[in-house]
Design a protein around this ligand. Structure first.
Ligand code: FES
Ligand code: FES
Length: 317
């Protein structure tokens, strides 16, 4: 078989593509364009030189958009919602869009070329993180399940609550305490977590602002460590060891007895906010298994019978 014609056609196409790309760069000028980004309850505006990609302009202006394929239009992670502007959807983008998404203006930021003013919407990063934590996976589509008619919904009301003056003061005091410690984000979050018993959303926003760190970066740390919680926890955190030694000695039965007694499942909090149950892998007392912790108190050689007494003791504390 003679491949020469195929090679010649491919070369011609390649040359045409290169010439078009050069012509586009050198001959077409789009002038200055304004990009308005709605994110985390705020609108940010900046002016860019037209002709570049939306993703690069967003990244340059410190707008956090996931993009794992580096603009090759093959990962689908860089989705944003274009409210106005942005030109027609490209075939490469269509692969990643459901019909519903197409109708609501979803675009791959790496495929949109800035030719005119653009208005875009990026969902609250905290909402995204919460859905990742809840679903234990990152699915780009989950970012958008909270959006309907340009409104965020499904965000718990308490997450929107403003911070009381006293709580603001507490956060500033903690940050001040660590102000001269390099990379103190973990101890700062630990202290905040133990002060509030979890990491409330307004506190995280205030912390990010006060230490001049993007909220997304703070959340990256928060979700990396199991010890941090984005949900309110009870006054007493009961941590049941489910490591091998404890498992063999009946940790499963103890956990069931606790869940039955408190009427909640592992990971949940009682309605009166007294108890939260969590499971961990080994707390370093294997010789005295099965073991559980209530706050910082370690209870060794636990039995199902002792569960009842334990709950009563801390319930009255
Ligand atoms: S960066 Fe991967 S699709 Fe846009
Ligand atoms: S396995 Fe439970 S303390 Fe080690």
């Amino acid at each position: 078989m003679n491949f020469v014609p195929v090679i010649i056609i491919s070369l011609i196409l390649l040359v045409i593509t290169i010439l078009l790309a050069i012509a586009d760069r050198l001959l077409v000028t789009y002038g200055q364009c304004k990009i308005t980004v709605h994110q985390e309850g705020q609108a940010k505006e900046f002016t860019v030189e037209g002709g570049s990609s939306l993703l690069s302009d967003l990244t340059e202006n410190k707008i956090d958009v996931r993009a794992s394929c580096a603009g090759k239009a093959s990962c689908g992670y860089c989705k944003v919602r274009v409210l106005s502007g942005g030109g027609p959807i490209l075939p490469t983008e269509e692969i990643f869009m459901s019909r519903e998404e197409k109708h609501s203006g979803m675009r791959l930021a790496c495929q949109v070329k800035i030719k005119e003013d653009l208005d875009i919407y990026i969902p609250d990063f905290l909402t995204t993180v919460k859905s990742i934590v809840k679903n234990k996976t990152y699915d780009p589509k989950l970012r958008w399940q909270f959006i309907k008619n340009d409104q965020e919904y499904g965000v718990p009301v308490k997450a929107k609550t403003k911070l009381a003056h006293n709580d603001k003061k507490k956060v500033h005091e903690i940050i001040k305490e660590y102000k001269d410690v390099a990379g103190a984000i973990v101890p700062v979050l630990q202290k905040i977590d133990s002060t509030f018993n979890y990491l409330p959303e307004p506190v995280l926003r205030l912390t990010a602002k006060a230490i001049d760190m993007p909220l997304s970066e703070v959340l990256r740390v928060v979700t990396f460590y199991n010890a941090f919680s984005l949900e309110p926890r009870g006054k007493h955190l009961i941590t049941v060891c489910l490591g091998t030694a404890c498992h063999v000695k009946g940790a499963g039965d103890i956990l069931c007895a606790l869940e039955d007694r408190l009427g909640i499942k592992t990971g949940q909090t009682t309605e009166d906010m007294m108890f939260t149950i969590e499971g961990v892998r080994c707390i370093g007392c294997c010789g005295l298994a099965p073991v559980l912790k209530v706050g910082e108190d370690v209870h060794r050689l636990m039995t199902v019978k002792k569960v009842q007494k334990l709950v009563e003791m801390y319930g009255n504390a």
